[in-house]
Design a protein around this ligand. Structure first.
Ligand code: SF4
Length: 267
């Protein structure tokens, strides 16, 4: 799997897409006279990174869908099930950026407000459990075992879960949600990923299950590269490392709000 962040050869396609970015930037500079070229360039870079990141996620989705087709009884996921959406979990900044992009571009204003209120509530609840948690929180600041204790203690629905029980950012959900429900096994190392779905284990025990072979090592390496590139283009102050989605999204909202105010088509 190629990550697409190495120095690319100068192909007609690349020249075309580079010119595309430049023209789009000039266009937006023309319309947004109050924005600095640096800000607009950052927005373009983040948009491109997120677009490329989605192609990595699509490979996970394809492997998952294939496994579900091959072993339907052992993978209990179905549309409308939200059993894996009731625990605190951690995401990297690129996943938080992805969710926020979905929130700002595909979710109606009312639903977005409700989801952001959920995020603030999750953040306040987590903070009441551990006052060390402040905006910009990263798991490594309190350590893995303290974070695991929080996961055990704070039993709130995911802030993006709608009242009807659907994922409110489904097409923009993070990587961890796309892996839940099956066991993925790295083709290079044989290491298996833990599955957080409470229904998955019993289904596998009952029906037997062959882990989903996937190039997890490359996926992690690619993700780190996207993450670092995303942070280099991000607003000042965002840090590397895992955080919980509510905290990550609240960090990214001002950036995407400024983008949304100046682009068309947002709901
Ligand atoms: S992001 Fe969506 S799929 Fe993932 S836990 Fe939240 S509601 Fe569930």
């Amino acid at each position: 799997m190629k990550c697409g962040l190495e120095t690319p050869a100068l192909t007609p396609g690349l020249v075309h897409s580079t010119l595309g970015v430049m023209f789009s930037l000039l266009d937006r500079l023309w319309i947004n006279c109050n924005r600095s070229p640096g800000d607009l360039l950052k927005e373009e870079v983040i948009k491109i990174l997120l677009k490329r990141y989605r192609t990595v996620l699509e490979r996970i989705d394809a492997a998952f869908d294939q496994a579900r087709e091959d072993q339907p009884d052992a993978i209990p996921c179905y549309a409308g099930c939200s059993r894996c959406c009731y625990a605190l979990f951690a995401v990297r900044p690129i996943d938080a950026a992805l969710i926020t992009e979905g929130l700002q571009t595909k979710v109606s204003r009312d639903d977005r407000e409700e989801i952001l209120e959920n995020c603030r509530n999750v953040f306040t609840t987590v903070q009441s459990e551990d006052p060390e948690i402040t905006p910009g929180f990263r798991v490594h600041q309190i350590g893995r075992s303290a974070f695991d204790r929080l996961v055990e203690t704070v039993r709130l629905p995911c802030p993006f879960l709608t009242r009807e029980g659907w994922c409110g950012v489904y097409a923009y959900r993070p990587r961890i949600c796309r892996l839940a429900g099956a066991i993925f096994k790295d083709v290079a190392t044989g290491d298996e990923l833990e599955d957080y779905c409470p229904l998955g284990e019993s289904a596998r025990e009952k029906h037997g299950f062959c882990p989903v072979a996937f190039d997890l090592s490359t996926m992690y390496a690619t993700m780190m590269e996207f993450d670092e590139a995303c942070l280099r283009a991000a607003p000042v102050g965002l840090q590397s490392g895992y955080t919980f989605p509510a905290a990550g999204v609240l960090e990214w909202v001002p950036f995407f709000e400024s983008t949304r105010d100046n682009s068309s088509g947002a709901p």
